[in-house]
Design a protein around this ligand. Structure first.
Ligand code: GLU
Length: 417
């Protein structure tokens, strides 16, 4: 049976020829450097000890310290973190960041935990992975169901273990603890800047551009607010419990309030829509912002959007890629579309290491410039080689990894022994 990572690597294979990547470099990129599996004992509020399963996968660090989020989710497993860490490697390369790729996670449903249980779990996870992380080795950040509060606990636990404060060991922290302004909404904002750019180049007016968003976590919510504020029509949103739609456009702030108070957008008054139906809605833009494997061989032919912006990691399978490509649907791939989060994580790391703090205008300006320049580069490669935006993004990322490996003696110039 092919694993998620095998599936993810087919994208690398597609790009390899165009990137003129050396076979030795490709061989290095087919396996993670290391996957740490840990058991995390946590005393629950009722006195019972539960032992959770946790992971940290460090995929590749040729371009810099390993970098990537930590997710708390019941489906977390070794195969999943491996492919997520591979995507982080490609994401940091396409974003031009001096980082490699990593990802971690704990197999848990965080909705079933009290706040103090969540804190003990976060701290225990850091104790378990502490031997392999640090500001110059591996820098964790938020991911699915983790946030600035979780990073605060993790960062504090790490400082206790080190015997000194080490803010650059984690990103996505609260601002008073060394977090960067603009990190909270960075993933959604990055996707929004790409949307603005793509709508402009296609001549799409915001009020005629309908958007459906699957997933209403951090990335989906901020993207929805920014798009609605700019006049786009957010016609449907959903989360794991279901969705709501309105052809004239939803009041996104109201929907966010419902999500906060009721725990789901499905409780919002209006027409119901299922997650599956949302993906097939007739819109200009579809934004998968939830989990992996949502657009597959089974439903790709039913996607009616003209543009897909992947705010989630890995929402489209390679088979679905081919179907969307054949149908002329442009897909802004995850490694570019959701890179805003890790780009501002990088800004945070730089600020921590240099003891400086940037204004929100600086953060936004630098984020936009980076993403818009990268989108232009990816679009050029796509038209030059007649390939999809995804393959073009992999080509550019792989070229950078290839260039970094060469002076290391992998793929070409080998130092004399
Ligand atoms: N979890 C985010 C991602 O998948 C951010 C990672 C980071 O900031 O290191 O890109």
């Amino acid at each position: 049976m092919s694993t998620l990572l095998d599936e993810a690597l087919t994208r690398l294979d597609l790009a390899a020829g165009f990137a003129q990547a050396h076979p030795e470099v490709l061989a290095r990129l087919r396996r993670p450097r290391r996957v740490l599996e840990v058991s995390i004992p946590v005393r629950m509020d009722d006195g019972v000890l539960r032992v959770f399963e946790g992971y940290r996968c460090q995929y590749d660090d040729v371009r810099g310290p390993f970098k990537g989020g930590v997710r708390f989710h019941p489906e977390v497993g070794a195969d999943e973190v491996r492919s997520l860490a591979f995507w982080m490697t490609m994401k940091c390369a396409i974003a031009g960041l001096p980082f490699g790729g990593a990802k971690g996670g704990v197999r848990v449903d965080p909705r079933g935990l009290s706040r103090s249980e969540l804190e003990r779990l976060s701290r225990a996870y850091v104790r378990a992975i502490s031997p392999i992380i640090g500001p110059n080795t591996d820098v964790p950040a938020p991911d699915v169901a983790t946030n600035a509060q979780v990073m605060a606990w993790m960062s504090d636990e790490y400082s206790v273990l080190c015997g000194h404060r080490s803010p650059a060991a984690f990103t996505g922290k609260p601002v008073p603890l060394g977090g960067s302004l603009g990190r909270e909404d960075a993933t959604g904002r990055g996707g929004f800047y790409l949307l603005m750019e793509l709508a402009r180049s296609r001549g799409w007016l915001p009020d005629r551009t309908r958007i459906a968003i699957q997933g209403f976590g951090n990335a989906g919510q901020h993207f929805a607010s920014l798009a609605a504020d700019a006049g786009f029509r957010v016609v449907a949103v959903s989360d794991s419990r279901g969705g709501v739609c309105c052809a004239e456009g939803l009041d996104v702030e109201q929907v966010r309030r419902t999500k906060r108070s009721e725990g789901s957008v499905a409780a919002h008054p209006g027409d119901r829509i299922s997650n599956a139906e949302l993906l097939e809605l007739e819109t200009e833009v579809l934004v998968p912002a939830a989990l992996e494997g949502q657009i597959t061989r089974a439903n790709a032919a039913s996607v009616r959007a003209r543009l897909v912006i992947e705010l989630a990691n890995g929402p489209t399978t390679p088979e679905a890629d081919r179907i969307l490509d054949g149908a002329g649907v442009d897909v802004v791939p995850d490694i570019l579309a959701n890179a805003g989060g890790v780009i501002v994580s990088y800004f945070e790391w730089v600020q921590n290491l240099s003891g400086s703090s940037w204004t929100i205008e600086e953060v936004h300006g630098r984020l936009r410039d980076r993403l818009v320049a990268e989108l232009a580069g990816v679009t050029d490669v796509a038209s030059e080689h007649g390939v999809s935006l995804r393959t073009a993004a992999y080509v550019r990322a792989l070229r950078r990894l290839n260039e970094a490996y060469q002076p290391m003696g992998v793929g070409g110039s080998r130092p004399a022994s």
